[in-house]
Ligand binder design. Structure first.
Ligand SMILES: NC(=O)C1=CN([C@@H]2O[C@H](COP(=O)(O)OP(=O)(O)OC[C@H]3O[C@@H](n4cnc5c(N)ncnc54)[C@H](OP(=O)(O)O)[C@@H]3O)[C@@H](O)[C@H]2O)C=CC1
Ligand SMILES: Nc1nc2c(ncn2[C@@H]2O[C@H](COP(=O)(O)O)[C@@H](O)[C@H]2O)c(=O)[nH]1
Length: 308
């Protein structure tokens, strides 16, 4: 048993690196930009750059490598993404991490992209998503994905459940639990984190890493503009499938909203680490593995604030 929470080890190995905490800011244009990616990589945190400025991605990989930092980028599955993978290969720009980022990850086209990346850039660690079922996890792992990302519709800026009737919104933790029974490789739990304690719950039910959007979008370093209303400061947070992101009202499954301004991201990440250290101590252990072994009780009809 640990004497102080400071002794609790919150670090996690994910792909070729070990990170301070099992938390990654969402690969959304309203959550991460190049400056923040550099700071996160320099300070021992995982990051995934978004894919919404496609023409800058090769230069981004080069900038990160020139600074001695790991490169972690996102790709889609449309035809021109194959040319982008070819470009990376021909320029010998091999990102340490590539995330295939589409709403409906259980698709033949995602499988095709996993196989293509693995053929062209075999050293890159490939995460594929987003998924909602154990079958999807099995199929994408079998296709060569090194990790899969779970969560269709639990996001704060998400309206997928309302518009399509599909997704894990409202039962994200259960989806994670089911998917983890099928997974042989790491899982990222994506979306629905409303409080720091939800991170520990995600670890308990099988996540190696937790992707967070809204809770990490309200910082000084976050890309959104600061908006002041009645003396209270907010930042803009918009979904990657929102009209704001797409520039048109076509297949919209996300919205724009305001999130409270929270100061510097480094303080929030430190608090997340401290809270996880407490979680480890409540679990009676000294590292994240101890959280995975705790008994739990599902309490029905409890007061809920969020999707966990
Ligand atoms: N995690 C989540 O719950 C969700 C996340 N998002 C985020 O929004 C961004 C845009 O996502 P996405 O629209 O997938 O990206 P893309 O616009 O790159 O679409 C992916 C490709 O898959 C095709 N497709 C077929 N069926 C679907 C489907 N049900 N949903 C989405 N695409 C489909 C699309 O064609 P076509 O457009 O012609 O149909 C397109 O060719 C991503 O960053 C994604 O992560 C969006 C919604 C849910
Ligand atoms: N259905 C949609 N999901 C979206 C959209 N943009 C992003 N996302 C997903 O949400 C999480 C972040 O969730 P949060 O609860 O932490 O805010 C992000 O990683 C994506 O998977 C969207 O437009 N529609």
């Amino acid at each position: 048993m640990i004497k102080s929470r400071k002794e609790a080890d919150t670090s996690i190995e994910f792909g070729p690196h070990r990170f301070k905490i099992p938390v990654v800011p969402a690969n959304m244009e309203s959550v991460i930009n190049e400056d923040l990616a550099v700071w996160l990589a320099q300070n021992g945190y995982y990051y995934v750059m978004h894919r919404f400025e496609p023409a800058t991605r090769a230069a981004f990989v080069k900038h990160m490598h020139d600074r001695g930092l790991f490169a972690s980028i996102s790709v889609g599955i449309k035809d021109d993404e194959y040319q982008f993978i070819d470009l990376l290969k021909s320029e010998q720009l091999v990102p340490e991490y590539i995330t295939i980022d589409v709403a409906h990850g259980h698709s033949d086209y995602v499988i095709k992209m996993i196989q293509y990346i693995k053929k062209q850039l075999p050293e890159s660690f490939v995460t594929a998503g987003n998924l909602a079922t154990p079958d999807a996890v099995r199929e994408l792992e079998n296709a060569g994905a090194d990790a899969t990302k779970i969560g269709v519709g639990p996001g704060k800026a998400c309206i997928t459940k309302l518009k399509t009737g599909f997704g894990t919104g409202g039962w994200q933790l259960s989806a994670l639990r089911w998917c983890s029974k099928a997974a042989r490789k790491p899982l990222i739990a994506d979306g629905g984190i409303r409080h720091n304690g939800d991170i520990a719950k995600s670890i308990r039910f099988g996540a190696s890493m937790v992707m967070i959007g809204s809770l990490l979008a309200g910082h000084l370093e976050s890309p959104g503009h600061i908006i002041t209303i009645d003396g209270k400061r907010y930042k803009q947070y918009w979904g990657s499938a929102s009209e704001v992101q797409k520039g048109a009202y076509r297949n919209v499954e996300g919205k724009q909203m305001l999130v409270p301004f929270r100061g510097s991201i480094k303080d929030t990440l430190r608090e997340m680490q401290e809270d996880l250290q407490s979680s480890i101590s409540y679990a009676g252990g000294r590292d994240l593995e101890s959280i995975r072994k705790v008994d739990y009780e599902i309490v029905k009809n409890s007061i809920m604030d969020g999707d966990y």
